[in-house]
Design a protein around this ligand. Sequence first.
Ligand code: PXP
Length: 245
Amino acid sequence: MNPRTPRLGVNIDHVATLRQARGTSYPDILAAARAAVAGGAQTITVHLREDRRHIQDADVEQLRAVLGVPLNLEMAATAEMVSIATRLRPAACCVVPERREELTTEGGLDVLGQREQLDPCCRALAAAGVEVSLFVDPDTAQLDAAAELGVPTVELHTGSYALASEPATVARELAALEHAAAHARSRGLRVNAGHGLHYDNVAAIAAIEGMHELNIGHAIVAAAIFSGLEAAVAAMLDAMRGAPA
Ligand code: PXP
């Protein structure tokens, strides 16, 4: 049991998805970030994708310049993204795998197989004062590889847990995440988690011992259509604490 509720990082990519769908100037990304903070978000997360399908460079620049809370930039380990991140120096960067044809980030990084590519990327980000996090599946070999790269933080991919519906599968995926979190902490890594989390499945993840931060986007932005973003974020914090909906 986690004695304290993890921090909530709100991913506002899909506010930008709505804007890009019509090429309008609304909904306003900065206003969305501020509403999320008013609802209790402790960090704001955006993913600047190679194809710029939602968040644009100008969004990251603006959030970095005026937002009063830490910005977590999700990015692929490419020279272009490293150059943007080392110039803007967000509080944290979560390095994720990226494929153009995917609907959303599918699976964690292959840290073991891509050490050569990840090492200079992580070093450049760390030298710029950015907290580096690697997005990984709950797999001890990948976590060991992350620890060996010397990064301070991992974000555990909760997608398989979130997609599971059979109680036995949910229990197995949760146990894998609990085990991975304990293993990562034993290797000195700070543990975050995210992907596919929603109001009904988040409490068990928030309760994992030592969980530092959860990054949640789609479910919150979807709920915001009915309740407004500030209330949707506050409700997610309640759900993380295990309060009934
Ligand atoms: N964490 C990472 C690394 C992600 O890539 C994403 C999706 O952008 C999230 C968290 C948030 O996932 P969701 O939108 O499903 O809550």
